[in-house]
Design a binder for this molecule. Structure first.
Ligand code: ADP
Ligand code: ZN
Length: 296
């Protein structure tokens, strides 16, 4: 029998916990609302204690998080503005209570690892997983390893050209105003257009603007990291018309300068949705657990 792992997708509104070993072996999934750390983490621990032996647990968490194994606050959610959650020892509390090894990373790095193991990025060494939802964040695999660096990438907070005449909206990011996240996350769309993104019709000008911002960001990532694929997930990307518009904008903006056939001739397979769909997050957490178990 193959080993069982625990996965925790730790999000700002809910924690999704699962037991299993991969997409075809997910035995139990539970959604726990994100309230206070003691209540939420208590319920997470209770869920896993109700199951048999688990080889390791993976946590893919909202951030910012401390991923430096030498740091005294390794495994913590650090300076989050989310009330009550700043400097919470998430990995430590879970690991000590369950007496298991914990793999810990950002939510988007987890999702990237899941897509690498089972999804759209199998056999690739260099790719990006980007989510566009309540926030915007990216996980990058570079030379076969997830990029961590100084802290971890914050791909949602890059600066983009902002034509204030075409789009006078000031931006939604509390730190930077009109960074990529501030201009293009779900709440920015809602504030700019006065209604939730999911209620805007497919031919609304909101989508052309959104596609343009996403394409600017992708051009920056393509020219900086040279990814072999870009996987775009999150609620906003559930708009089917958006993928085609983003692909077209990317081709136009790059202007054939990056002369890879994947971009020039086969962009439908270069900018893609996650193959693991809505389960990319929790499967990413299980992938982190497997990775942690193998590297003990
Ligand atoms: P989270 O980022 O909180 O984990 P999501 O990725 O679902 O969750 O993102 C939620 C955001 O995405 C909200 O701002 C919402 O308005 C927007 N959203 C959700 N579904 C859709 C949809 N089908 N089309 C466009 N926007 C959507
Ligand atoms: Zn920002």
């Amino acid at each position: 029998m193959c080993a069982l792992y625990g996965g925790i997708e730790a999000g700002g509104t809910k924690f999704v916990c699962a037991i299993g070993s991969g997409p075809h072996d997910l035995r139990d999934i539970k959604r726990i609302p994100t309230t206070t750390p003691s209540e939420t983490i208590g319920q997470v621990i209770e869920f896993f204690k109700g199951h048999g032996t688990i080889a390791a647990v993976g946590i893919a968490a909202f951030g910012p998080v401390d991923l430096d194994t030498k740091s005294p606050t390794f495994g913590y959610i650090t300076s989050t503005p989310k009330p009550g959650w700043a400097f919470t020892d998430l990995a430590g509390l879970v690991g000590r209570a369950l007496k298991v090894h914990v793999g810990f990373d950002t939510d988007v790095n987890g999702a990237a690892l899941g897509e690498h193991r089972w999804g759209a990025a199998q056999d690739l060494n260099d790719f990006i997983y980007l989510t566009i939802g309540t926030g915007i964040g990216g996980g990058a695999m570079v030379n076969g390893k997830l990029a961590h660096g100084l802290i971890h990438p914050e791909m949602g907070h890059i600066r983009l050209p902002h034509d204030l005449q075409a789009d006078p909206y000031k931006g939604h990011c509390p730190f930077h105003g009109d960074c990529f996240e501030g201009l293009a996350n779900g709440p920015a769309m809602q504030e700019r257009w006065g209604q939730p993104a999911e209620t805007l019709p497919a031919d609304h000008p909101a989508w052309a603007l959104e596609a343009r911002y996403i394409a600017f960001a992708l051009q920056n990532y393509i020219c900086t990291l040279s990814p072999q694929k870009l996987i775009l997930g999150g609620g906003v990307m559930e708009q089917p018309q958006l993928f085609g518009m983003v692909r077209q904008n990317v081709q136009q903006m790059l202007n054939e300068y990056v002369s890879a056939k994947q971009i020039l001739k086969d962009i439908d397979n270069y900018i893609v949705p996650p193959k693991l769909g809505k389960q990319a997050g929790v499967l990413g957490a299980i992938a982190l657990a497997i990775h942690a178990h193998r590297t003990i």
